[in-house]
Design a protein around this ligand. Structure first.
Ligand code: SAM
Length: 208
């Protein structure tokens, strides 16, 4: 493994194992094999859990990281994933441009801190598949008003442990301020909405 790959990974994984715990909790709750991660940067952790993950990012460090195929294989092995059974694909592109991917190719799309992924990448998610979105950049809010999606669960975190729950879903996604949430207002602010409850992330099913 290149030194640079190790450095990039150690910085990404500074809360050691945090993302692995997140994705393992999601994998327990969601039936997925093929995963798309737009705006992944160097977050390789989905590949410790799922057998086929496609990463998309414009950042040259991400390209460098995923370009070190030996390094990626070593990291998989270190985390208990057999590289022979875990396909890792990287696309160095802007996810808002057309990507060389098929409609409905993925069971799960991951949207974490990377802008309006759902706006551009929903076609690649199969109907019945899952969007994992966190609220920070407004993508969870956008999905919540998108008729193609239905909230199916929330992901909560406590003391570094993640859990997925489908209880009381009506009590989530209620804005603190009584102002309408629209795609225009979300794009204008580029931020998430302040809700009365704040789980780490949401799971939405693509229904249309
Ligand atoms: C704050 S980082 C989050 C990385 C990772 N999702 C995580 O949670 O650790 C945001 C990443 O999204 C990428 N990104 C943002 N907009 C993008 C776009 N339109 N196309 C591709 N990558 C994008 C950036 O290059 C950056 O690497």
């Amino acid at each position: 493994m290149l030194d640079r790959t190790r450095q990039l990974w150690e910085k990404q994984d500074q809360h050691v194992g945090d993302r692995l715990r997140l994705f393992a909790a999601v994998a327990d709750a969601v039936d997925a094999v093929t995963v798309l991660y737009p705006g992944s940067y160097v977050d390789l952790a989905p590949s410790f859990v799922w057998p086929s993950v496609t990463y998309v990012d414009v950042d040259r460090r991400a390209r460098q990281f995923f370009g070190d195929e030996d390094g990626v294989r070593e990291l998989l092995t270190e985390h208990g994933a057999d590289p022979a059974h875990h396909a890792v694909r990287f696309i160095g592109a802007d996810y808002s441009d057309p990507l060389d991917l098929r409609d409905g190719e993925f069971d799960l799309v991951i949207s974490l801190y990377a802008g309006f992924v759902s706006q551009h990448c929903t076609p690649y998610l199969r109907v019945g598949g899952t969007l994992l979105a966190n609220p920070s950049h407004g993508d969870a809010a956008l999905a919540s008003i998108d008729p193609r999606y239905r909230l199916t669960a929330v992901v909560t975190s406590q003391a570094g442990a993640y859990s997925v729950s489908s209880h009381n879903l009506d009590s989530y996604l209620i804005p603190q301020r009584n102002v309408p949430v629209t795609a225009e207002s979300l794009h204008a602010s580029g931020r998430g909405v302040a809700y009365t409850r704040s789980p780490f992330a949401y799971l939405f099913e693509r229904v249309l």
